[in-house]
Design a protein around this ligand. Structure first.
Ligand code: FPP
Length: 247
């Protein structure tokens, strides 16, 4: 028990997750096409990645394209995929130089072949990065991820390779796309919406949540600092009592 408590009290911000929302509204406020908002959103990604490296955050998860975003107009889906490819081309060398490892979560088989290849290439070239892991959630939905994990587990059980009596939360988590990463400590959502929208449903069970009205293209070092300041003042109890933590 005391080991758990030490872990809680000493929990720094190791994993930050962000729901980047508000690109469309940012563009609308300026009477610009939605693509202009996404372009500024991509700039914000680069800024925040650098800021997280500076702040020695080990894992940064970004919700870049949800499984539900496939339902957007085809022109917007294509534009978002184009921006992703541009980001990979323009940032790959920088990521290698800064020691950033790129990893992807989500149903990548739904992505086009060219995007899948570019992602695999970027993952391979950045594999040695050990400063920070940038986790891009693409074609990602929390329920979809849990369902894929459950199916894989069921297949293993039917094949006699898995004893369902041995299953527990830790074992289940090894079937998720995020099996290599710790759970997020802090989840930020921009743009004033106050919901999780199917992002990291399993993993955010005990994450601290922070919502800001700032639209994603306007989110920068100052806004990130504000969120982290709030996080640092939170007491994470993980179901334990205040007295246990103070002991
Ligand atoms: C939500 O804003 C944002 C998205 C659906 C896509 C996020 C994409 C980027 C930040 C740019 C490209 C990403 C990378 C990794 C290079 P919204 O369109 O739902 O905004 P709205 O709610 O105001 O319409």
């Amino acid at each position: 028990m005391s080991e758990i408590i030490t872990d809680i009290v000493d929990s720094p911000l190791q994993h930050l997750a962000i729901i980047m929302d508000g690109n469309g509204r940012w563009a609308k406020q300026r009477k610009l096409p939605r693509l202009a908002g996404h372009q500024q959103g991509a700039e914000a990604v680069t800024r925040i990645v650098d800021e997280c490296v500076k702040r020695k955050i080990r894992y940064l998860s970004l919700f870049a394209f949800s499984s539900e975003n496939w339902g957007r107009p085809q022109s917007e889906v294509d534009a978002l995929m184009g921006l992703l490819l541009q980001f990979l081309v323009s940032q790959q060398q920088q990521m290698v130089a800064k020691g950033i490892r790129l990893q992807v979560i989500g149903d990548r088989l739904r992505l086009s072949e060219s995007v899948q290849l570019a992602l695999a290439d970027a993952e391979k070239k950045t594999v040695a990065g050990n400063t920070m892991t940038l986790i891009l959630a693409l074609s990602y939905g929390g329920r979809d991820e849990i369902m894929r994990a459950a199916k894989q587990m069921a297949q293993r059980a039917i094949a006699g390779e898995l004893d369902i009596n041995q299953l527990n939360n830790e074992k289940f988590a090894t079937f998720l796309d995020t099996s290599e990463f710790p759970d997020p400590d802090l989840l930020i959502r921009t743009s004033g919406e106050v919901r999780i929208s199917n992002f990291l449903l399993w993993q955010t069970a005990y994450s601290e949540l922070y919502f800001t009205d700032v639209l994603w293209p306007d989110f920068g070092a100052v806004e990130l600092g504000n969120a982290i300041d709030v996080y640092m003042c939170r007491q994470r109890r993980f179901g334990l009592t205040n007295e246990q933590l103070e002991e």
